[in-house]
Design a protein around this ligand. Sequence first.
Ligand SMILES: NC(=O)c1ccc[n+]([C@@H]2O[C@H](COP(=O)([O-])OP(=O)(O)OC[C@H]3O[C@@H](n4cnc5c(N)ncnc54)[C@H](O)[C@@H]3O)[C@@H](O)[C@H]2O)c1
Length: 260
Amino acid sequence: MTEQRHSGKAAMVTGGASGIGRGCVERLAAEGADVMIADVADADEAIAACADLPGRVQAVSCDVTDEQAVSDAVSATVDAFGSLDISVNNAGIVFVAPIVDSKVADWRRLMDVNVIGVYLGTRAAAQQMIEQGRGGVIVNASSGGGRHGVPNFAHYCASKAAVIMLSQSAAIELAPHKIRVNCYTPGHIKTPFWRDIASGYAEVAGITEDEAIAAFEDTVPWGRFGTPEDVAGAVSWLASDDAEYVSGQCIAMNGAELPW
Ligand SMILES: NC(=O)c1ccc[n+]([C@@H]2O[C@H](COP(=O)([O-])OP(=O)(O)OC[C@H]3O[C@@H](n4cnc5c(N)ncnc54)[C@H](O)[C@@H]3O)[C@@H](O)[C@H]2O)c1
C-alpha cells in the first residue's frame, strides 16, 4: 500500500457521523489515518463510505458532554488503533434565538455541547498524548461566528468565541509537549446543521426556509455554500507534519467572507 501523510496515525473525530465531521473522517482515512468516530448518532453510513479507504474507520457511541464517555472514547481509540495522534473536536449544535426570547436552559445545553464538549475532548486527548510522549495534534471546531457577532445567534457566537480562547490557551500550555492546538472557523458549509438554521431563521424573519438558505448563500463572495470537503482539506493539513510550526491559530474556510 502507498505511504500516505497520515499513515500510522490514529485519529478521533467527534460528531464524525455527519457533515463536516464526516468529511474530516473520510479525508483523514483517505490519507492513511485510522479513525474513530465519536458521535451520539449512528455512524454506519459514514463507516460504509470509508470501506475502500486505506485507513480503518470505526465508531464509538459518545456524548461529548459526558466526561466519562469522552474518556472512554479515547480509550476505545487507543485499544483499536494503538494510539491517539489526531483529535478533531468537531461536534457542535446550533439554533436560532433572539436574545429577548431565549431560554437559559437552551443556552446551557448549547454551551455544554459546543464548549464543555470541546474542553473535554481537548483534555482527554492531551492526557493521552502526554502519556504517549511523542506530541500530537488537536483541532477544534469554532466558527466565523466566534469572530464576529451575528443577530439571533448570540449563544452560538459566544460558544464559538470560547473555543478560540480555549484553543489558544491550550496551544501555549501544551507546546512543551509538542502538542499543537488549532481551530477551524467555517463560514457557510452546507450540512444537515443548516436545517436547524434555515427553519429557525425563516421563523424569525418571516420567510420560507428556501428563502432563508438563499439569503445566507447571497452573503458569500465565492457565490456558493462551502462543502465538508472544503473544510476537511484544511483540517487534514493542520493535522499533518506540514503544519508542524502552526499552533494556536484559527483557519477560516469561508469563501472570502469577512472577517477572516
Ligand atoms: N455547517 C456550517 O456552516 C458550520 C459553520 C461554522 C461552524 N460549524 C461547526 O462545525 C461543526 C460541525 O458542524 P456540521 O455542520 O457538520 O453539523 P452537523 O449537524 O451536520 O453534524 C454535527 C454532528 O455532531 C453530532 N453531535 C451533536 N451533538 C453531539 C454530542 N453531544 N455528542 C457527540 N456528537 C454530537 C451530531 O450527531 C452530528 O453527527 C460544529 O461544531 C459547528 O458548530 C459549522
